[in-house]
Design a protein around this ligand. Structure first.
Ligand code: PGA
Length: 259
């Protein structure tokens, strides 16, 4: 794991944007795994800026989002489809049939999950997966206790996640209880993972995920076993890390070939 600690979310987003642009410039038909929530918003703003000002093109890119609420249509303002259209897809040149999100309104949820896995495989697999982290340690909506080998499936949200996400809805009772999420195993199959976290509220879970034991009770901790992960956090989210000065030293003294 490479731990990158920068003063602000915008600086973290700029590093993430550069990594994604380098990937797309070298492989125009790259496959991106995308996330929702507050965390990726600065990254998506940066990608939109790069598209508009630097000509970064997503015309051959394929994307797969991590998750979607069950029961919300893509037009519902709290659905992740709506979020992605607003924050990214509507502002770049990705083809709409190349931008995949699980269908939370599917009649047969189980076959939707199997087809989603199949579509990821048929695309050649995810080159780079963007992740946030829940305050309970979830990645995607893989809540504590999720199988570390799980694939795309239905999950029940924890009370903590429902509380965290209630801010997007008029009241907590409107937060769906179920979702479709890529599994932990699906995420672990990605070539590269960028996990972002911002703010003091994420400091405790970031230290558990990065420096604690690997455990299904902190699903993000499995990333310690992934060969190519960058954890990109602002000072506040990195503030509980025991080895903080070492991570900073490593980042500031990277050999030129690696920087
Ligand atoms: P957040 O959510 O970005 O809104 O904090 C992260 C997550 O739940 O994965």
């Amino acid at each position: 794991m490479e731990i990158i600690i920068r003063p602000t979310p915008e600086e973290c987003a700029s590093i993430g944007g550069r990594i994604i642009a380098n990937l797309i410039n070298g492989k125009p038909n790259a496959v991106l795994g995308l996330a929702t929530g507050s965390t990726p918003i600065p990254l998506y703003s940066e990608l939109v800026r790069m598209h508009k000002e630097e000509g970064l093109s997503f015309s051959e890119v394929t994307s797969f989002n991590l998750d979607e609420y069950i029961g919300l249509s893509g037009e519902h303002p709290c659905s992740y489809q709506f979020f992605m259209n607003e924050e990214l897809f509507g502002k770049i040149d990705i083809k709409s049939n190349s931008a995949h999100i699980p269908n939370g309104e599917a009649q047969d949820i189980q076959s939707e999950c199997l087809q989603y896995e199949q579509a990821i495989r048929s695309s050649g697999g995810i080159d780079l997966q963007v992740l946030g982290i829940g305050s309970d340690g979830h990645i995607g909506f893989n809540e504590p206790g999720s199988s570390l080998g799980s694939r795309t499936r239905i999950k029940t949200l924890t009370g903590e996640t429902i509380e965290d996400n209630a801010r997007f809805f008029d009241n907590p009772d409107q937060v769906p209880r179920h979702c479709i999420t890529m599994g932990v195993g699906t995420i672990m199959d990605s070539e590269t993972v960028l996990l972002f976290a911002f703010g003091e509220g994420k400091a405790d879970i970031i230290s558990k995920a990065v420096e604690g034991p690997v455990s299904a009770m902190v699903p993000a901790s499995i990333l310690q076993l992934h060969p190519n992960v960058k954890v990109i956090v602002d000072e506040a989210a990195g503030s509980n890390l025991a080895n903080i000065s070492y991570y900073k030293e490593v980042y500031e003294n990277k050999p030129d070939w690696q920087a």
